[in-house]
Design a protein around this ligand. Structure first.
Ligand code: GAL
Length: 654
C-alpha cells in the first residue's frame, strides 16, 4: 500500500546554489517527501541552441535526493526560450482575434506547430536520457497546465492546416462534412477541405457543428502533444510515473483522453483564487472567502481521480494569498490543513504545495509560499509540518473506494453548451457542479465518471444532467445496470454532429424515459418556475416542456402544470435547472429509491467515506456537533464538536 505524501514545488534555478542544501534539509525536516522541479527552466537548460547545460540540474537533483527527497522532474516546454521563438516565429499561437501571443510570459506556443513539437521532442529526449534512470527522479510532469491563459485554441496558419487535415481524416469527403455541418444553411457549403477556415472572426456566430469540431480538433492536438512527451519519457525512464498538472474549472480539452497517456492525473488546487473567479454570488464569496467553496475542491478531486483511473495528486496546493484572482484573501487558520486532508480523503497520493520560497522578482511576487523571500517560515510552513505529523499518527495510506453514486461529467457537453448556451448563464460545468453540491449536502461520497459503460458499471445511482449526446453504449449500459438514473435537462438533445435528433430530444435516451421535449426556454436571473408544491423548490435558468409518452408518468409537476420530473420505472428525466431546494429534494428521493442512505448535515459540514475511514470537514465559521455523523465509529483525529475549519477522521468499528 502506498503512503500518502506531501511535496513542494521548488525552483533551484531561482536561488544561489549554496541555499539548496539548507533548503533540502528543511524540507525533509518538516516532513516533505517530494519536490517538483524544472518545469520552467528551459533558458537555463539550453541557454543557446544546442548548448545544453544540465550540470546544475544534476547537482540540484543530487542535493535533493541526498537529503532523502524524491524528485518530480518537469518538462520545460511551457516556456520556450527567446532564441527559439526568434528562430521559429510562427510557433506563436494566434488568439481568436487573430493577434499573436508574444514572448515574455509563458505558454506562447501553438499546439499544431510541428517545428515546435520537434524542439520539445529534442529537449525532452535530452532530459529523459540524462535523468530517466536517476534513482532520485521518481516521477515526471509533462509541460505545465496545458491550456492555462486560454491557450488550447490557436487560429494560426499551422492550426488551420492541421484542422483541414483533421477534417479530411474524419469526414473523407467534403460532401460528408457539408452534410454533417449543415452547410447548406446560409450558403456555407465548401468545395474542398482546403477551403476550411477556423471558426473565428465570422460576422455573427459561426456554425455550431464547425465550432464543435474545431474544439474536438484542438483537444486532440493537446492529447497528441502530450503523447509525444510521454512516449519519450517512458522510453528513457522505465517505471517512473508520468503526470500532468491540470487546472480547476478548465474544460477546453478532453482531460479523460489526455490522461489515457498518463500514469496518474494531477491538478493544481487554489481554493480561494478559484472562488473569487467563480460565478457564485457575492454573498457566497464573502461567506467562504477564507476557506473556499465547500464542494469545489472535492468536485475536482473526484473528477481527476476519474481521469487518472484511480490515481491522482494535487501537484500545486495554495499555501496563502495568491496573485492571480481578482481579489486574493488570506486563508483562515486551519483552511490549508483542511484542504490537504480533504484531498487525501478523496484518494490523493500526494499533496504538493506551491511553492517553497516566495519569489522576490518577476510575475509572482505577490504569491505566498511556505517561506518568505528572506527564507523565514510563513504560516503554511508550520501547517505542512503539523499535517505531516498527523499523517504519521494516522498511518495514512492511499485508498480509493468505488462509490455507489456516479455523476457523469463530459467535456464535449461543456463545449456544446458553451457554443450554444441559449441563456447567458447556462454553463454545463455549473449545472453538474450544482448537482454535485446537492449530493454532498446529502452526505454522499461520489465518483465522477465519463459517459461510458465502464463509468456507470456497478452503480446504484447515476446522474447525467446536461449530457448533450446519448451514445448507444451508454444507453445499453444504463438499461442493464439496475441503477436509478437521472437524465436532463438538455441530456440527449443533440446528435454528435450537433443536430437536433430525428426523434426529438432526448434522442436515444427516449428508450429509457418515454418522453419528447417540444420546447425549451431560458430564464433571466431572478425568474423561476415554482413546483406545484412550492416548498419543493423551483427551476431557475432553464426549463423544458415535455410530451409524455405512454410508458412514462409525471413524478413531479410545476405550478403551471408541466412535467418537472418524468419517470419510466427507475429512469427519470428532469425538465429544468433545479434550485438548491429542488436539487436536494430530487437527490434524496432518488437515493431512497436506490437504497442509498443520506444524512441531514449542518450547513457547512461535508463528509467523505473512503475505505474504512470517514472524514468530516467543517467549512463553516462556527463549531458543529458531528456526533451523529461519527455513527459509533472511533475518532482518530478531531472531536465531535468540530471547530471552524476542523477535520475529523473516524474509523469503522469493524
Ligand atoms: C499555476 C502554475 C504555477 C504558478 C501558480 C500560481 O497555475 O502552474 O506555475 O503560476 O499557478 O498560483
Amino acid at each position: 500500500m502506498t503512503r500518502q505524501r506531501l511535496g513542494v514545488c521548488y525552483y533551484p534555478e531561482h536561488w544561489p546554489e549554496w541555499r539548496w542544501t539548507q533548503d533540502a534539509a528543511r524540507m525533509k525536516e518538516i516532513g516533505l517527501g517530494l519536490v517538483r522541479i524544472g518545469e520552467f527552466a528551459w533558458s537555463r537548460l539550453e541557454p543557446s541552441p544546442g548548448a545544453y547545460a544540465f550540470e546544475w540540474l544534476s547537482r540540484a537533483i543530487d542535493v535533493l535526493h541526498g537529503a532523502g527527497l524524491d524528485v518530480v522532474l518537469g518538462a520545460p516546454t511551457a516556456t520556450a526560450p527567446k532564441w527559439l521563438v526568434d528562430r521559429m516565429p510562427d510557433m506563436i499561437p494566434l488568439d481568436a482575434q487573430g493577434r499573436p501571443r508574444k514572448f515574455g510570459s509563458r505558454r506562447h506556443y501553438c499546439f499544431s506547430h510541428e517545428g515546435y513539437a520537434r524542439e520539445c521532442d529534442r529537449i525532452v529526449t535530452r532530459l529523459a536520457e540524462a535523468f530517466g534512470t536517476h534513482p532520485g527522479v521518481v516521477a515526471w510532469q509533462t509541460d505545465n497546465e496545458y491550456g492555462c491563459h486560454d491557450t488550447v485554441e490557436s487560429y494560426s496558419p499551422a492550426a488551420r492546416d492541421a484542422f483541414r487535415h483533421w477534417c479530411a481524416q474524419k469526414y473523407g469527403s467534403i460532401d460528408a462534412l457539408n452534410a454533417a455541418w449543415g452547410n447548406v444553411f446560409w450558403s456555407m457549403e465548401l468545395r474542398g477541405f482546403d477551403e476550411i477556415e477556423p471558426p473565428n472572426l465570422t460576422v455573427t456566430e459561426a456554425n455550431p457543428s464547425h465550432r464543435l469540431d474545431f474544439q474536438r480538433f484542438s483537444s486532440d492536438q493537446v492529447a497528441a502533444f502530450n503523447r509525444r512527451q510521454t512516449e519519450i519519457i517512458r522510453r528513457h525512464a522505465p517505471g517512473r510515473a508520468i503526470l500532468h498538472n491540470f487546472m480547476g474549472s478548465f474544460t477546453a480539452f478532453d482531460h479523460y483522453k489526455v490522461s489515457q497517456d498518463l500514469d496518474a492525473a494531477a491538478w493544481d488546487s487554489y481554493p480561494l483564487g478559484f472562488l473569487e473567479r467563480s460565478p457564485r454570488s457575492n454573498a457566497f464569496k464573502a461567506r467562504y472567502m477564507r476557506v473556499g467553496d465547500p464542494d469545489y475542491q472535492a468536485f475536482h478531486h473526484d473528477l481527476y481521480r476519474a481521469c487518472g483511473r484511480g490515481r491522482w495528486w494535487v501537484m500545486e496546493q495554495q499555501p496563502g494569498p495568491v496573485n492571480w484572482a481578482p481579489w486574493n484573501p488570506a486563508p483562515a487558520q486551519g483552511a490549508v490543513r483542511l484542504w490537504t486532508h480533504e484531498a487525501f480523503a478523496c484518494g490523493a497520493e500526494t499533496v504538493s504545495f506551491f511553492r517553497w520560497r516566495q519569489a522576490p522578482f518577476a510575475q509572482e511576487q505577490m504569491h505566498e509560499a511556505l517561506l518568505l523571500p528572506d527564507s523565514q517560515p510563513n504560516e503554511a510552513f508550520h501547517v505542512v509540518a503539523s499535517v505531516a505529523r498527523e499523517l504519521e499518527t494516522l498511518d495514512a495510506h492511499v485508498a480509493t473506494a468505488r462509490a455507489p453514486v456516479a455523476l457523469v461529467f463530459d467535456y464535449e457537453s461543456d463545449w456544446a453548451w458553451t457554443i450554444q448556451p441559449q441563456g447567458r448563464d447556462f454553463s454545463y460545468f455549473e449545472l453538474v457542479l450544482d448537482i454535485y453540491r446537492a449530493l454532498r449536502r446529502a452526505g454522499l461520497s461520489i465518483d465522477i465518471a465519463p459517459p461510458t459503460a465502464e463509468g456507470v458499471r456497478d452503480r446504484r445511482l447515476v446522474l447525467a444532467p446536461g449530457l448533450f449526446c446519448a451514445n448507444d453504449d451508454l444507453v445499453e449500459a444504463l438499461r442493464n445496470s439496475g441503477a436509478v438514473v437521472l437524465l436532463g435537462p438538455r441530456s440527449g438533445s443533440r446528435t454528435p454532429d450537433f443536430h437536433i435528433p430525428a426523434n426529438l430530444p432526448p434522442g436515444a435516451f427516449q428508450e429509457l424515459v418515454d418522453l419528447k421535449i417540444r420546447r425549451v426556454e431560458s430564464l433571466r436571473p431572478g425568474a423561476t418556475i415554482a413546483m406545484k408544491d412550492e416548498k419543493l423548490g423551483a427551476f431557475e435558468k432553464w426549463r423544458e416542456f415535455a410530451l409524455i409518452g405512454e410508458d412514462a408518468a409525471v413524478a413531479l409537476e410545476t405550478a403551471d402544470g408541466e412535467a418537472a420530473l418524468t419517470q419510466s420505472g427507475r429512469f427519470f428525466y428532469l425538465s429544468g435547472w433545479p434550485d438548491e431546494t429542488l436539487a436536494d429534494h430530487i437527490v434524496r428521493r432518488l437515493c431512497q429509491m436506490a437504497g442509498i442512505g443520506t444524512m441531514l448535515l449542518p450547513r457547512d459540514i461535508r463528509v467523505r467515506d473512503n475505505g474504512d475511514l470517514r472524514y468530516v470537514f467543517n467549512y463553516g465559521d462556527v463549531a458543529a456537533d458531528i456526533s451523529a455523523i461519527a455513527d459509533g465509529r472511533s475518532p482518530l483525529l478531531g472531536e465531535s464538536l468540530l471547530s471552524p475549519c476542523g477535520v475529523a477522521v473516524f474509523k469503522n468499528a469493524t
